[in-house]
Design a protein around this ligand. Structure first.
Ligand SMILES: [Zn+2]
Length: 232
């Protein structure tokens, strides 16, 4: 399967079987047999990378897609395992959509924020859309609507997992004694800004950490946390 070329098919199958049985530790042990280069996707020290893997997996398994009411238990399980595999093996959103689409295609879930997001994208004040947002905006009013909804659903859940792992790491560094990080800001990823988010000009530190917004803030949100180094 060409879309999983980055992961060994055998390890993928083995990890998937373990995740479906709920054996998280077993899945992580399988992953330890991956070549080092696969685990070091973020270019960090092995220990930090391994911790990130664990955080991501925990996030993947805990995330229950609460914002998508109407999904059947079977579909939720499929999405949950797929997201866990995606975050562990670094499989991107388009491939994850391919994987969950056969299940989601038979579901009629409701995800109100998706509709609001689609409506927002068509407003003139949003300005020019980049390629991905254009694909979303056009797709939501085309015959591909359900598929694009599924893509946004998976995109949202996937980034919720990645950001929750990142947030845990940011908190750890801000709360360390002495702190290892000056602060963190929230920033829209695309140069013209997120079509929905407007962030205050605030640096979050240990003092106002509880106010640090959760990302993604809405379906299709591509805002990021930007660490601010310690200044002397
Ligand atoms: Zn945003």
């Amino acid at each position: 399967m060409e879309r999983y070329e980055s992961a060994s098919p055998t390890l993928l199958d083995e990890t998937e079987a373990l995740l479906r049985r709920g054996d998280v530790d077993g899945a992580l042990r399988v992953l330890e047999r991956l070549p080092r280069s696969r685990l070091d996707v973020l270019g960090t020290e092995p220990e930090v990378a391994a911790n990130r893997q664990r955080l991501r997996l925990r996030g993947a398994l805990q995330y229950r897609l609460p914002e998508a009411p109407g999904l059947s238990a079977a579909a939720r399980e499929e999405v949950r395992v797929t997201l866990a595999l995606g975050t562990l093996f670094g499989i991107g959103v388009p491939s994850l959509v391919e994987r969950v689409w056969p299940v989601l295609a038979h579901e009629s879930y409701s995800f109100l924020p998706l509709e609001r997001f689609a409506e927002r994208l068509r407003r003139p004040e949003v300005g020019p859309l980049d390629a991905w947002l254009r694909h979303i905006a056009d797709g939501l009013v085309s015959g591909e609507r359900e598929r694009v909804r599924a893509e946004l659903l998976v995109h949202h859940a996937y980034f919720a997992i990645l950001h929750s792992a990142e947030l845990a790491e940011i908190e750890r560094r801000l709360l360390a004694r002495p702190p290892q990080l000056g602060g963190v800001r929230v920033q829209a990823l695309r140069p013209s800004g997120c079509p929905i988010c407007v962030w205050p000009d605030v640096t979050y530190t240990a003092d106002n950490l509880p106010e640090l917004p959760m990302l993604p803030a809405h379906p299709g949100c591509r805002c990021v946390y930007r660490p601010v180094p310690l200044s002397g």
